[in-house]
Design a protein around this ligand. Structure first.
Ligand SMILES: *Cc1c(COP(=O)(O)O)cnc(C)c1O
Length: 394
């Protein structure tokens, strides 16, 4: 019998929905036309690009002219930061972000530091929520941008985006948010939250890989990110990724039509699994805020074990999970996010991230929790740290 795979890494990527693939297929073949061409068959592809842009705009409570297609979350983050820095450098060279951003933000900030910009990295509390007082205190006359992620990819924490947006607006500072983990998981309205720029990636919610978008509020003086043709209102050149655009729009349509039931289902399965693990496995803790978190995220640290060993043994049981973000897996440094919420290195090392999907059931999680219990017990019996701890406590 083929072993069932339980996929618990939806924050890393999701399967492209079959309806999305179906919608995309004709645009590889019979509808291959370049949307910028002037002959009749191509005109329909122009229309399809426009309609896709409108579908996406509606999902954020904005209009199509503010949506710019990109190749995904990393590109959108790079665009928002680098082009704001360039366009507003005459006003100031100070940028504020958080300590728990995705590397697409953090490494872009490091790049900007080398280019003469000054970056302030704001702390988060023990639940991973940005310290708003620290944010206010960090604002200077030369601050041009605040970039804080909507929801964290490791611990799932949702930030007080509305409050951050209000603070930015009050001080006349631009506000960007990496919403890759929040978009299509929870409702977002860019005007209500005073968001000036927002990054999204298609493959995190049932769309294809290699397509995403950046929302840019009308009136921002951001320059072209990619120079060339006049696509994306001359700000991001290159023949439109028509298949990707059709795909992401279809994924948006489905994700938003089913959002309420998905939130309800995933929250229930998530909380069921968390409750079981915390009750049945000794010496473990939930990372990230228990309430202010995206419906699909479970992140737990198990004392006295290595997260990597746990991952390997879960893999042997057909369970796909993650120990941190995909980018830090494979390196020995503990996750910067877990360190930022104050975990000591040895506890951060024993962490497990499971991100569920709409297809994940309580029965799946029963199998997963049973395996975690067994594996953690086994790993602890081999751990000298655990042995010392037991000796000391007897
Ligand atoms: C996945 C992810 C990205 C990168 O998106 P890609 O489309 O893979 O480039 C950026 N930010 C966050 C929070 C993510 O989870």
């Amino acid at each position: 019998m083929e072993k069932k795979i339980i996929y618990l890494d939806h924050a890393a990527t999701t399967a492209t929905r079959p309806e999305v693939v179906d919608a995309m297929l004709p645009y590889f073949t019979e509808n291959f036309w370049n949307p910028s061409s002037v002959y009749t068959p191509a005109l329909n592809n122009r229309k399809v690009v426009d309609e896709s842009r409108e579908t996406i705009a509606r999902s954020l409570g904005t209009t199509a002219e503010n949506i710019y297609f990109t190749a995904g979350g990393s590109e959108s983050d790079n665009w928002a930061l680098k082009c704001t820095a360039e366009a507003y450098a005459n006003k100031g060279k100070h940028i504020i972000t958080s300590k728990i951003e995705h590397h697409a933000i953090l490494h872009t900030c490091e790049y900007l530091e080398k280019k003469g910009f000054e970056i302030t990295y704001i702390d988060v509390d023990e639940n991973g929520i940005l310290k708003l007082d620290d944010l206010k205190a960090a604002i200077r006359p030369d601050t041009i941008l605040i970039s804080v992620m909507f929801a964290n990819n490791e611990i799932g924490t949702i930030q007080p985006i509305k409050e951050i947006g209000a603070i930015a607006k009050e001080h006349g500072i631009l506000f960007h948010t990496d919403a890759v983990q929040a978009y299509a998981q929870i409702p977002i309205n860019v005007d209500e939250y005073n968001i000036d720029m927002l990054s999204v990636s298609g493959h995190k919610f049932g769309g294809p890989k290699g397509i995403g978008f950046l929302y840019i509020r009308k009136g921002l003086k951001l320059r072209s990110f990619i120079h060339g043709g006049a696509q994306e209102r001359k700000r991001r050149a290159g023949t439109e990724n028509i298949t990707g655009i059709v795909g992401i729009a279809k994924a948006v349509e489905i994700a938003f039509a089913t959002m309420d039931e998905r939130i309800k289902h995933e929250t229930e399965v998530r909380d069921y699994a968390i409750k079981r693990i915390l009750a049945e496995v000794p010496y473990c803790r939930l990372n990230g805020d228990a309430q202010k978190r995206v419906p699909n995220n479970i992140n737990i640290s198990f004392q006295f074990i290595e997260g990597e060993s746990l991952l390997i043994m879960l893999d042997m049981a057909g369970i796909c999970a993650s120990s941190g973000s995909a980018c830090t897996s494979g390196s020995l440094d503990p996750s910067h996010v877990l360190l930022a919420i104050g975990l000591p290195h040895e506890i951060a090392h024993g962490s497990l991230r499971m991100t569920i999907g709409e297809e994940t059931t309580k029965e799946d999680m029963d199998y997963v929790v049973d395996n975690i219990k067994e594996i953690v017990t086994k790993l602890r019996t081999m751990s000298p740290l655990y042995e010392d701890f037991v000796k000391k406590n007897n």
